[in-house]
Ligand binder design. Structure first.
Ligand SMILES: Cc1cc2nc3c(=O)[nH]c(=O)nc-3n(C[C@H](O)[C@H](O)[C@H](O)COP(=O)(O)O)c2cc1C
Length: 224
């Protein structure tokens, strides 16, 4: 194993161990943990990922490794241009309205593109509640993780007006979601975009802010 990869792996393990002791009610900086950097490139050509992508609705409930979670989140909203802090998915006027949440057996975590970190939003396994909020779609409770794509529409509306801003935010959610689906294929995982859910129930189950409007729930895992 290369020394760089050893360091990343050790840092990743330490990061995930520390997350267990994080207190959801603690100060924001003490609820944050580093994700391992998304260092490795996949060998799958993009055309093959596009051709292989299908909606998967049956999952093995086996936790995903930290570097896998890191790459999925990075694909959607990671910072890919360090000078201007531009992200993996395009954004109208670089207003970046999207906020991503990771939901797994440990809790709910907000993804912070700056620093490529997770911030604990709620402790405990909320997957069954999330499935209920999505009209009982069982694959959400079965998948090891879901990424919930939410948006703070005001960030884009304040620049482009309400109607245009809303349109742009929805377009952007599609860009981010497709990056996640293609990255999942490259990682030999399955995923499905879920749009059928009760917005307020999702906000309540995940204990996320009212101005973070849920747009997509994307369960991801090894397909069964
Ligand atoms: C906006 C949108 C919302 C969707 N919502 C759901 C959903 O709530 N549940 C579900 O099982 N699939 C959902 N899907 C997935 C579609 O059913 C799926 O993409 C379609 O059947 C085509 O299959 P494919 O994704 O394998 O190409 C949604 C897809 C889109 C684009």
């Amino acid at each position: 194993m290369k020394p760089g990869i050893t360091i990343v792996t050790v840092a990743a393990i330490l990061g995930w161990l520390s997350i267990e002791g994080v207190d959801a009610a603690g100060p924001a900086d003490q609820r944050r943990v580093e994700l391992p950097p998304p260092v490795e490139a996949s060998a799958l050509p993009v055309e093959e990922a596009i051709a292989a992508r299908r909606s998967v609705r049956r999952f093995i409930d086996r936790p995903l490794a930290d570097d896998v979670i890191s790459r999925l989140l990075w694909s959607a909203q990671g910072i890919t241009e360090p000078t201007r802090r531009l992200r993996a998915a395009p954004s109208a006027g670089a207003t970046y309205p999207l906020e991503l949440y990771l939901v797994d057996h440990r809790g709910v975590f907000r993804y912070l593109p700056e620093g490529h970190q997770l911030e604990l939003a709620a402790s405990g396994d909320q997957r069954a509640g999330l499935a209920q909020a999505a009209l009982g779609q069982r694959m959400i409770g079965e998948a090891p993780i879901s990424i919930v794509v939410t948006a703070v529409g005001e960030r884009t509306a304040s620049r482009y007006g309400r109607a245009r801003g809303e349109r742009y935010v929805h377009m952007e959610a599609g860009h981010a979601a497709q990056n996640i689906h293609l990255q999942a294929v490259a990682l030999e995982l399955g995923s499905v975009p879920v749009g059928a859910f009760d917005d307020q129930e999702v906000q309540g189950v995940l204990d996320i802010r009212d101005d973070h409007e849920p747009l997509y729930i994307i369960p991801i895992g090894q397909s069964r």
